[in-house]
Structures are given as structure tokens and as C-alpha cells.
Ligand binder design. Sequence first.
Ligand SMILES: CC(C)(COP(=O)(O)OP(=O)(O)OC[C@H]1O[C@@H](n2cnc3c(N)ncnc32)[C@H](O)[C@@H]1OP(=O)(O)O)[C@@H](O)C(=O)NCCC(=O)NCCS
Length: 146
Amino acid sequence: MPSSPAGGLIDAEWVGFANGRLMNEDVNISLHTMALARGARIGAIMYYVKAYYAFEILGSKEFWATYESYNGWHRWGLGTAQPSYPWPDVHHELGGARVYYVTKKYWGSTVTDYLRQMVGADLVFDVPDELVKANDELHIPQEAAV
Ligand SMILES: CC(C)(COP(=O)(O)OP(=O)(O)OC[C@H]1O[C@@H](n2cnc3c(N)ncnc32)[C@H](O)[C@@H]1OP(=O)(O)O)[C@@H](O)C(=O)NCCC(=O)NCCS
């Protein structure tokens, strides 16, 4: 099934990453989300982009995540009050841990608003040419900001 990595750039500097994949035509698996620059909610933007792609572009019915860090769990698992499936009967392919899920209905009623508020803006797809040009050549950060 297709995998969907996304990279976030600011003036061509690589600042964020998110990836996931389709498990089947209904379930979208969230894999990793990472911010490479701190304090700008870049990870929140990447998560929004990943979930938006799952629900709005691919038409997935559920989005399955597991949490690799307290920050991730606090931001999204707890932050959007995601329900979970019984463990270990259902476990996530990323390390076999608990699956937290968002349904399409919950995405529409609650999660989009939470993410929009956290990001402070909405996604824009009609991007001016100069913005595309400014991000034409990828620069890899020289230092890790962890
Ligand atoms: C979880 C993660 C993606 C969130 O990214 P993010 O939305 O860009 O958020 P940041 O990590 O920059 O900041 C998180 C919090 O730390 C604090 N913080 C960190 N650096 C800061 C800085 N330079 N200035 C101000 N606040 C800062 C803030 O309190 C911030 O919370 P707030 O935005 O709600 O105020 C990111 O922390 C990350 O990449 N972690 C490592 C990988 C990981 O755990 N991924 C999630 C797996 S489930």
C-alpha cells in the first residue's frame, strides 16, 4: 500500500517530517511526526498535514496512531481525547503498542478545529510561485535542535 512521507520547509530549510501509510482502503496508519526546529509548532503542522491527507485526500475512514514520546501523546492522544482499541488484541505496527484512533466523524467534529487552533492557520494549497521557488532547493539543517 502507498506510503506518504511529507517534509516541511521554511525558506528551503528542512524543519519537519511526517509519514504514514494505507493499511487497507479504510485504515490509515500514522507512523512518525518530527520537528527539526523547536518552538514553532512545526510538528503540529506536520501532523495536521498527515491527517488531512488521510481523511480529505485519500478518503480514509480511520487514522491509527501510537505514541513514541510523552510530547506526542500529550499533544494528540490526550490533546484530542483519542479513544484506543483494546491492547494487545489490536496493536500498532510501529512497535506493537496501543492503537489510538480518530474516525472520519471525529476528525470533522473535533480534531480539525483543535489542530487549526494549535497551528494558528489553515492549510493553503494555492501557493504563489515565489514561495515554491524559495523552497526549490532543499537545505539539510547542520545542527540537531532537540
Ligand atoms: C512531538 C513533536 C513532533 C511536537 O513538535 P512541535 O509541535 O513542533 O512542538 P515543539 O517540540 O517545538 O514544542 C513542544 C513544546 O515544547 C516547548 N518548547 C520547545 N522548544 C521551545 C522553544 N524553543 N521555545 C518555546 N517553547 C518551546 C513548548 O512548550 C511547546 O509546547 P507548545 O507549542 O504547546 O507551547 C516534537 O516535539 C518532536 O519532534 N519530538 C520528537 C519526535 C516525537 O516524539 N514525535 C512524536 C512521536 S508520537
